[in-house]
Design a protein around this ligand. Sequence first.
Ligand code: FRU
Length: 477
Amino acid sequence: NETGYQEAYRPQYHFSPPKNWMNDPNGLVYYKGEYHLFYQYNPYGNQWGHMSWGHAVSKDLIRWRHLPVALKEDDLGMIFSGSVVVDKHDTSGFFGGKSGLVAIYTSAGESQQQSIAYSKDDGRTWHKYKGNPVIPNPGLKDFRDPKVFWDDQTGKWVMVLAAGDRVMFYSSTNLRNWSYMSQFGADQGAHGGVWECPELFQLPVEGHPGEKKWVLQVDINPGGIAGGSGGQYFVGEFDGKKFTTQQKGIKWVDFGKDFYATQTWSNTPGRLIWVAWMNNWQYAQDIPTSPWRGAMSFPRELSLKKVNGEYVLVQKPVQEINKLREDTRVWNNRIITPGTELLPVRGETLEIEAEFQLDTADEFGLIVRKGTKEKTIIGYNVGNQTLFVDRTQSGRTDFSKDFPVVTKAQMKPKNRVIQLHILVDRSSVEVFGNHGETVLTNQIFPDLKSQGLELYARGGNVKLQTLRIHRLKSAWQ
Ligand code: FRU
């Protein structure tokens, strides 16, 4: 590719644009064998501004091909976040009876309004609809981030969008004319900041044949669980008009600091996959990368489980990751005694799968990206039942007071076992605990030479039942 993707901190298998600023994933759709990734993009610089939709495509969610900017600012304003649908039966009338792609996005000018654009050539070129905006601003400061899907129950398009402290639902038969239906959230969930980038989808409940639930995911900034931006979700019902839930507490999507504005790919029958902007508005403009700024999480497949009577959204790295595995080393049944133990595998891009059986240790885990002065600790505290990621000494942390922190999540052992699946890249660590039930995503900026890997235990022993380490190839070669 153009740049070689070898600059300091450049992600090797997470998506990042060749240059300039990127935030939210937008317009995720699978169409004719291609995963499209559009994204909030500043074509002119390394800071937020001139928001447009950048564009890339992939056949496997691993290797991305960059395409020209898809949507640029116009008389109605900048192009904020939104979604893309496949209009299979030409309900919009844009495609002469054939199928095509329709983008639904926020025009952000003097006010925020919803607009549409269509593509007749598989997303390569886009035409903005002459009748934009399709939903004028109703007098709200925050009115943005439309996510649209086809609702089988009513045979209509449904849009969910963020409106300050709530989400609103609209419906349409043709993607051009929209009717307001309902709203949700003013009196539910976390409200430490403005709501953004909602998502709504249905999932079967694993192990409960016939049971399906709707999940409404909403981002919030600030007020996320780890400080700054974060994502929460509600599990409930959607009848085509209204979302309702019996949920009492707040459920967080990810307990790290860097997982925001998630969106699912539309039109992926049989599986549901999402990706997030791996960043936090607290310091997104200040992270020490150049000439680009911003990366996506690794794509995750979603499912829904019932754990102790509670619905839990489960996230796992998509299985396509196995294409990146260069070699694999396996260890079984080892006792880790107090102290640290250096492993004979090093790397800046690793996939680690570990199963620890509790013993007498009160804390244990792994240290990744270890250098002479740097380390990132992925640990489990037995007494508090918390999984944590400590990036206080992870490398460059001085660009923001909000960066050098420990993020944590409550997580109970299962039959005395703690299972971890960890993705390490040049500037990120994603930790999936207990098969994806608890996730922490965090950026790190260690020196490239910091590639050591260690196991550790404190206060006693822990039994490492299995450890599998895959060194990963770059996806950009
Ligand atoms: C979320 C967000 C969206 C908005 C976009 C602007 O990160 O603030 O609400 O559409 O970014 O770039």
